[in-house]
Design a protein around this ligand. Structure first.
Ligand code: PMV
Length: 323
């Protein structure tokens, strides 16, 4: 019997991942950039035991749904096959943020699962390899393995597609103030969404410019240049949503309140606040701002009709073991 417990944070992408070159290996069509979100985390314990007769998965102290179990077991199968592990496992995972709060938990879940499962199997994998393995569970999970500000290199095969840190979490006092607009689960998940990306006429244009946007965004972060950062982050998010809306079938993730917030954020920036927006595959608006402006942004967001909750997270650590 061997067990290990790991903790990982979700991440917010500044340059988005949308669409795969290889969907079974989750190798993306473009490289992406993100920041881990401090304060929010998934903690996962994995125990491999030769006496277990099947895998058992528990999420938030309840037996996992069939769908969630299947996805976790698929990931355990990848680890079993790649590292010749023969036992079944018990997986116990919990989030310190509600699953319905509109903050995607798949990145933190698969990052924590990867670290706990490999460690419990007696493996001591380098960060780069952990990131590639986490990617097989959920693409964005590759970015929750390294610390702070992270780049996921798209690559061309399993080994070359991995994420690494390019600045530590204390490099810049950037804060994500998340305006929760809807607590309901999204109708089309990202796994399905990635597959429809290429049905949009706009995807090739989005992908063609992704490397330039990534370079501009990375330099802006390294130079702590908020003005350039804000422009490129909003443009990249808008491009991804333009692709989503023009896919077949179309995917509209924004709600009316999302648009109200996006317009407000631009007004606030024009009036001198350091704030910009980005949205993932859902209606919640991630308002990225500098720490001194975050309290004012949070208060203003709370006063908007349709905002049910506001969560604040600074740049966070990478996946790590809990003793
Ligand atoms: O890792 P996935 O399959 O949940 O995809 C994440 C997709 C976005 O959140 C919309 C963008 C991103 O880069 O995180």
């Amino acid at each position: 019997m061997a067990s290990a417990t790991a903790r990982a944070h979700p991440n917010i992408a500044f340059i988005k991942y949308w669409g795969n070159q290889d969907s079974s290996l989750r190798i993306p069509v473009n490289s992406s950039l993100s920041m881990n979100l401090d304060g929010l985390f998934t903690e996962t314990t994995v125990e491999w035991n030769p006496q277990f007769v099947s895998d058992v998965v528990e999420i938030n102290h309840q037996p996992a749904s069939d769908l969630a179990s299947r996805r976790v077991i698929q990931h355990l199968n990848q680890i079993r096959q790649r590292y010749s592990v023969t036992d079944f496992a018990q997986v116990r995972s919990s989030n310190n943020f509600p699953m319905g709060a509109g903050i995607a938990s798949s990145a933190s879940s698969f990052a924590a699962l990867t670290l706990a499962a490999t460690k419990a199997a007696g493996l001591d994998l380098p960060e780069r390899e952990l990131s590639s393995i986490a990617r097989l569970g959920s693409g964005s999970a590759s970015r929750s393995i390294p610390s702070g500000f992270v780049e996921w290199h798209a690559g061309y095969d399993h080994e070359s597609s991995y994420a690494e840190s390019f600045a530590l979490s204390d490099h810049w006092n950037l804060v994500d103030v998340v305006a929760v607009v809807s607590q309901s689960h999204k109708t089309t998940g990202s796994t399905e969404g990635h597959q429809s990306a290429e049905t949009s006429d706009l995807q090739s244009a989005r992908v063609a410019g992704a490397e330039d946007r990534l370079k501009a965004c990375k330099s802006a972060i390294l130079d702590r240049d908020f003005t350039t950062f804000a422009e490129v982050v909003e443009r990249d998010s808008n491009l991804m949503h333009a692709v989503m809306m023009t896919s077949r079938p179309p995917l509209f993730y924004w709600l009316p309140t999302s648009l109200v917030i996006m317009q407000k954020v631009r007004e606030w920036r024009d009036s001198g606040l350091h704030v910009c927006y980005t949205l993932d595959a859902g209606p919640n608006v991630h308002c990225l701002c500098l720490l001194p402006d975050s309290a004012q942004v949070a208060a203003a967001l709370k006063s908007i009709d349709g905002v049910s909750e506001v969560r604040i997270a600074a740049a966070g650590a990478g996946a790590h073991l809990i003793s």
